[in-house]
Design a protein around this ligand. Sequence first.
Ligand code: FEO
Length: 411
Amino acid sequence: MHPLRVSDDTYLLSVNVENILFEGLWEMPNGVALNSYIIKGEKTAIIDGVCGWDGVPEQLYQLLGELDINPQSIEYLIINHMEPDHSGWIEDFKRIKSDFKVICSKKSAELLEHFYGHTENVVSVGDNDTLDLGNGHILQFYEIPNVHWPDTMVTFDTLTGTLFTCDAFGSFGTAEQSSFDDMLTEEQLTFFEKEAVRYYANIVAAFSGPVKKAIEKCALLPIKIVAPGHGIIWRENPTRIIQDYSDYASYQKGPAREEITVIWGSMYGMTEKAVNHVVQVLEDESIRFHIHRLPETSWGTVLASIWISTGVILAVPTYEYKMFPPAAAVLEEIGKKKVQNRKAFLMGSFGWSGGAEKELNEIISRNRMNWTLLEPVVFRGNAQEDDFKKIEEQTRELVKQVREEVNQLKA
Ligand code: FEO
């Protein structure tokens, strides 16, 4: 990956990170790009940054070298968001240069001190504050708290209309030399939108209220380019990713899309037979659905599916008087992300007692998820003909309710 010109005097320096769990937790099958940006006015600023893991800061310096920029010439580090995936390289940079200024929000300044003990030459900025880099590049700052940490802000270059947004409008997926929407096919753009859903559902979802407020605030700016800290740069159609994020934020309270997510697990194949029946019914209904087996499927994948789905089918056995444990764990996480107002149906096998339903109700109630649950279908051992009939009826009822809910919103 080489530096890419974004706009006048503005360059993307992107470092890809793969084969790690993001935040030590989230699987990234397609990796992630850490995007930083250089603006070369009369003074040089770097916006956002990279993590401090072995070899990553060095890759950033190499990219600077390709632009003939000596790191010593960087006067400003603009930190839109202090999470270490963007700021971790500072400790390394301090060994090269000591007299740079940090421009960040007041909350970022506090975090900088606690994470890195860095307090020198830190300038706190807030809404409408500006920084003049010369050659027409006047930067404006706007706070968008809790997208994703409380410290977050965006930086807007009034000359080029570029909005540097850090986590906002970002996605997973590694960067390539064609990291701009105007260089990608519709198929490639769709890929990055799917990666954006995964990123949003895993990282930003819990903060959907602040995302909505941030979008309202940014809408007042004459944006020509959206340049996030992860993912691709939206230069031809910046409103596309902004609208995507508006949609993702709305999915939290539902309805989401006319889609169903099936989460299932099976110990000895009894519940699996019932799942196979559900799949046939969903195919017959011609509704889009996603199906994930637990515990084989990662939380992040399940969460991304449920985030965009209005309906959920939980096909899991009872295990020691409770729900199949991996399903309970992922549901708790879904609850913490505040995935609300879904239509759901529980089914599954039990041996000597039920218990899955009780735990499902507890999780939904404790996390205030307000899910509408259809009458469950649970069966002792193998499902019998009558159970299969009920499973089909409830699956078709769920499809009906999902369609009604989504169409009500469209009307
Ligand atoms: Fe990409 Fe919240 O850091």
